[in-house]
Design a protein around this ligand. Sequence first.
Ligand code: AHG
Ligand code: MN
Ligand code: MN
Length: 343
Amino acid sequence: MARISIDPSRIMTIERHILEEQTYHPEATGVLTNLLYDLALAGKVIASKTTRAGLAEILGRTEDINIQGEQVMKLDRFADLTIFRLNDHTGRVAAMASEENENFLAVPDKYPKGKYILVFDPLDGSSNVDYNVPIGTIFGVYKRISEDGPGTLEDFLQPGHSLVASGYIAYGSSTMFVYTAGHGVHGFTLDSTVGEFLLSHPNIRIPTPPKYFSVNLGYQIYWSKGVRRYTEYLQGHEGGIKGLSLRYIGTFVSDFHRNLLAGGVFYYPADRRDPKKPHGKLRLLYECAPLSFIAEQAGGYASDGRQRILDIQPKSLHQRTPIFVGNRDLVEKVEEFIRENDS
Ligand code: AHG
Ligand code: MN
Ligand code: MN
């Protein structure tokens, strides 16, 4: 097979792309650039494990139950430690928070503190790990609010519209790193032969017309009237949209990524199944806000059904929120159904 000649001047690695992005920020000192590059490195390390999970004795559960009340998978723990250890000594962050730890993670005293705050879901879609179904990592970066020294809880309780950067890594048929630093959304695909993320999806925009809607219909009986009516609308019932396909993987990153590239709406509504979780399952700080920032930067929108996700003021690290995210018109439509049907 003829080798495809690659024009070396056109190979855009993630490092070069982030450096170019830096020119948008005259005050930039390169710290955010290096932080994003460290996250890309974490993605490569985690990807090396996910592609061999069945062989690397990394399947299955640990004995731990996390703050969410969920069994911690071995790959959760590995990914969590990988991201923490790649960032705890660099002097770029003041503190970190992850799904897997009840309290935020202080940077050890012996290491310098930086001006950024990192939040992350180290492994999204854990329930899929043992079945070889795609999984992901989600991250968000804020500027610290506190002056200096160790980060504080207040540094984390910032609305999503204060995000400086956010993104995700999708471990699927290929490994992709997708991020925004406030100037569009850009996707990179890992070329494992050279160990580099190469620009493959510049300036991603959510296309119209949408192709998919993504929701776990198994919980339909627990939803509000407005959300049930909206779902019927998406399924083409009287006056609804014809031709949408239902695709639901059960990994937020994967469902989100497919809809970002093909057009569609993902939603995880509040449901009455679990009185302890009246606001649905997904977490605001390290799942919904970072992906909502990406969606809006790609021309989409994200709502909790009544307000913009990025405007929600977090009150705690692990608070949950209903989320509807994707094409703007599809998300605004559910806000209409909820206004008209739910008190
Ligand atoms: P995590 O593995 O980080 O806990 O996230 C799992 C989430 C999200 O990825 C996905 O959209 C959702 O759980 C699926 O939940 P259901 O299985 O209840 O549909
Ligand atoms: Mn998750
Ligand atoms: Mn997770």
